[in-house]
Design a protein around this ligand. Structure first.
Ligand SMILES: Nc1ncnc2c1ncn2[C@@H]1O[C@H](COP(=O)(O)OP(=O)(O)OP(=O)(O)O)[C@@H](O)[C@H]1O
Ligand SMILES: [Mg+2]
Length: 270
């Protein structure tokens, strides 16, 4: 399965927020989207998800324009974790996660649905909270329960079919996580790709992007500035042109051969 943007753009009040983006996201691959604040990353992800209709160009998934799919078929093919997913309703965690499969797998047996929701809570490290109210969670816990909900959407649809899960679109999924949970979340995303699902993750941490992604897309001022494998994309030229960092901040890690940026190098020295 493939998810493609074909010259997709979004223009508002005479300004191109995303300008003619053409990208192919492949099943089984993990793509990281990086770029400064306001570069258009979230807008690009919303276009890719079909939640935001492009003002030019189009988006295709699984060989057809995304607009052709019913909401149930689309829900089975892609799920999106928003940058900010507030929770104002009162649900138990397990109920909320189980609801993730409501549209994508409407005929799933309730006990199977709850069982799968319980497993997902375990995978995001929240098994002990499964009967807790979602309103009582910390910021990081809330972000992970939403991740479990979007994974449920795709895994419930694929359950028992023998087909790989659909595309997982994650907008800054580690922004509220401590270091070990950053690792947990990105490993879950990586496992999704290994299971044959596509992953597109917007992420600010260049080091995590280098460590986890097969492919990196750089957005700058609403356009795709560069794309390719981490070692080709994450260069000193990129760090200075796109992020305004002083030259010479990107190093190559001897063990993995992946590029990294060390914040220590960027602090004023006495
Ligand atoms: N409805 C809108 N009207 C006008 N401008 C908008 C609208 N939606 C988004 N923008 C602007 O488009 C730009 C891109 O927004 P977007 O949310 O895609 O950025 P981003 O790359 O995800 O940034 P961040 O890293 O801060 O999340 C921003 O400057 C934003 O203010
Ligand atoms: Mg954003």
């Amino acid at each position: 399965m493939k998810l493609s943007l074909r010259n997709a753009g979004w223009r508002v009040r005479g300004q191109d927020i995303v300008h003619e983006a053409s990208l192919n996201f492949e099943a089984g691959q993990m793509t990281a989207i990086i770029g400064p604040n306001g570069a258009g990353k979230s807008t690009l992800l919303r276009l890719a998800s079909g939640l935001l209709p492009p003002t030019s160009g189009d988006v295709w998934i699984d060989g057809a324009p995304i607009t052709r799919f019913s909401s149930a078929c689309l829900a089975a093919r892609r799920a999106m974790l928003m940058q900010d997913s507030p929770l104002r309703a009162q649900f138990l965690l397990r109920e909320l996660v189980a609801m993730g499969g409501r549209i994508s797998a409407p005929f799933m047996n309730t006990s199977v649905r709850l069982e799968l929701a319980g497993q997902l809570l375990e995978r995001v490290g929240l098994a002990a909270f499964s009967e807790r109210d979602v309103m009582d969670l910390s910021g990081g816990e809330r972000q992970r329960v939403h991740l479990a909900r979007v994974l449920m959407q795709l895994e419930a649809a694929a359950h028992g079919t023998g087909r790989p899960p659909g595309f997982l679109l994650l907008d800054e999924p580690i922004s509220a996580q401590d270091l070990s949970r950053q690792h947990l979340v990105l490993n879950l995303a990586r496992a999704h790709a290994l299971a044959g699902g596509g992953v597109v993750v917007v992420i600010h941490d260049l080091n995590w992007a280098a460590a986890c992604a097969d492919h990196i897309v750089v957005m700058h001022e609403g356009a795709i500035y560069a794309q390719g494998p981490p070692e080709q994309v994450l260069t000193n030229a990129l760090a200075s042109h796109v992020f305004g960092l002083e030259d010479g901040r990107v190093r190559m890690h001897v063990g993995s051969g992946k590029p990294y940026v060390l914040p220590h190098d960027m602090m004023c020295q006495s």
